[in-house]
Design a protein around this ligand. Structure first.
Ligand SMILES: Cc1cc2nc3c(=O)[nH]c(=O)nc-3n(C[C@H](O)[C@H](O)[C@H](O)COP(=O)(O)OP(=O)(O)OC[C@H]3O[C@@H](n4cnc5c(N)ncnc54)[C@H](O)[C@@H]3O)c2cc1C
Length: 450
């Protein structure tokens, strides 16, 4: 039986060119997109197992996909592949309030999980700014971070166990439901962040926390200079005060959000630091404000006004789509030691000047996770080449400062050179050995990561 016929026999299969194209790329500007053969929409893990087995048998590449909000090209089609759209497996299977865990299918949208567990007084902390759209499967496959991760950790810290189909075609369960557990190698940890290259995640068991009790306080500082905001971040990190969020938004992003939503943000200052504190007393909030002022904030304020705070954090979440509306943006995701944030921000400004490109900045600053967004006028090829050189220079600078080329978005297609430079040949050889063990036929998301 031909491959497509066999595929149709096990799973709903779409081959219409327009539909296939619509599912063939994520949100990464400029990452190459191949021509997929088909998109399939499995309803359960058994269908996923059969799809993987068929792809292995026929040596057809398989590209798993959640919501396609990725920013590294990880879910982009490769030529002749099947795109495995996991968004239809979207049920919360169980919420166990006593054990503070939930079992979910991978297509559940992050915000939907958060709402479902909130009904039980529980909280799933990882909160990527894409939480209204991105799926738990995609979050796990990229080890997504987010705004509150500076205090509460990233996706990895909340994944207890997984069900997955590896490239050997087997449906396996790894991990645990217990609070602790060290039986065998940490294969759950291996699959988290593997970007669909080692297995297709078909079920996720996540750890939950009680909903935070204290009402959060927000501290805002406005700076004239990016580097001064960076100095405030480094000082807060060194002090041991741990905010529940510490985000940076610069003038280009504020203006882009204003252009879109008319919020009057650019009047607040050139660079904003937004901090959130969820401790019961006011001490940490007061100290953060002092650090803002000491680093040169033009003004700063503390607020317990929920609506005002939510509007500022909503603006932070809107910054990326707001900029994208203005033209293609090449998105960086470097992460540096927090003490190196001012130096890295200075280097980013010098890179922008040296290559004649505009670089906007948003950042999960409290983690040292910076998102310089290199924007060029649409259709300007020369500017695009300069932007690509600037992109690689920023990756090298992050490595030179003891950082990493990707803090949360993943390697995908865009950061493969940077990752090789960061890891070195011995560690890359270990990666290849792991890939061979879990995907011997090399069909799972080929050409991504390694
Ligand atoms: C506006 C905006 C804001 C963002 N903010 C953040 C942020 O704050 N923090 C952050 O970390 N990221 C952020 N991102 C990036 C993106 O949302 C995350 O990487 C997210 O985790 C991707 O989820 P997804 O469901 O869209 O996955 P996709 O983009 O569809 O896929 C991402 C990767 O996961 C793989 N994959 C997907 N599902 C599965 C599965 N079931 N099994 C195996 N592999 C799978 C894909 O092959 C691909 O490699 C943002 C993106 C946008 C557009």
């Amino acid at each position: 039986m031909g491959f497509l016929k066999a595929l149709r026999a096990v799973v709903p299969t779409e081959t219409d060119g327009d539909v296939v194209a619509a599912y063939s790329a994520d949100q990464a500007a400029w990452a190459p997109v191949g021509e997929a053969l088909a998109v399939v929409r499995p309803a359960d893990a058994e269908q996923v197992r059969q799809v993987v087995a068929l792809c292995v048998e026929h040596r057809v590449p398989l590209v798993p996909r959640g919501a396609g909000t990725g920013l590294s090209g990880g879910a982009n089609a490769v030529d002749g592949c099947v795109v495995l759209d996991m968004s239809g497996m979207d049920r919360v299977l169980a919420v166990d309030a006593d054990e503070q865990l939930a079992v979910v299918q991978p297509g559940v949208v992050n915000d939907d999980l958060r709402r479902a567990v909130a009904e039980h007084g529980l909280w799933y902390p990882p909160d990527p700014a894409s939480s209204p759209w991105s799926t738990i499967g995609g979050n796990v496959a990229t080890n997504a971070g987010g705004i509150c991760c500076v205090k509460y950790g990233v996706t990895r810290d909340y994944v207890l166990g997984l069900q997955a189909v590896t490239g050997t075609g087997e449906l396996v369960r790894v991990g645990r439901r217990t609070r602790k557990g060290v039986a065998g190698y940490d294969l759950t940890g291996l699959l988290v962040g593997s970007e669909g290259t080692l297995g297709v995640i078909t079920e996720v068991t996540v750890r939950l926390l009680p909903l935070p009790a204290a009402a959060p306080r927000t501290i805002v500082g406005a700076f004239d200079e990016l580097v001064d905001a960076g100095r405030a971040v480094a000082a807060i990190a060194a002090s041991g005060v741990t905010p529940a969020a510490l985000e940076l938004v610069d003038r280009y992003c504020l203006r882009a959000v204003d252009d879109w939503k008319n919020m009057g943000l650019a009047d607040l200052g050139d660079v904003l630091l937004l901090a959130r504190v969820d401790t019961v007393d006011d001490q940490d909030a007061a100290r953060i404000q002092e650090f803002f002022d000491a680093a040169g904030a033009g003004w700063s304020t503390r607020s317990t006004d929920d609506a005002e705070a939510e509007a500022l954090f909503a603006a932070r979440r809107l910054a990326y789509p707001a900029l994208e509306r203005l033209g293609p943006a090449l998105t960086e995701d470097v992460c540096v030691p927090r003490g190196a944030v001012p130096e890295m921000l200075g280097r980013i400004e010098r890179t922008a000047a040296a290559h004649g490109v505009r670089i906007a900045n948003i950042a999960h600053a409290g983690d040292g996770n910076l998102h310089p967004l290199i924007t060029v006028p649409a259709g300007d090829e020369a500017a695009r080449e300069r932007a690509e050189r600037a992109f690689e220079e920023i990756l090298d600078d992050a490595i030179a400062l003891g950082g990493t080329v990707t803090g949360e978005h993943g390697v995908g297609l865009l950061k493969r050179r940077g990752m090789r430079a960061e890891l070195g040949p011995e560690v890359l050889a270990l990666h290849r050995a792991v890939k061979r063990a879990l995907d011997p036929a090399g069909v799972l998301n080929p050409g991504k990561v390694i």
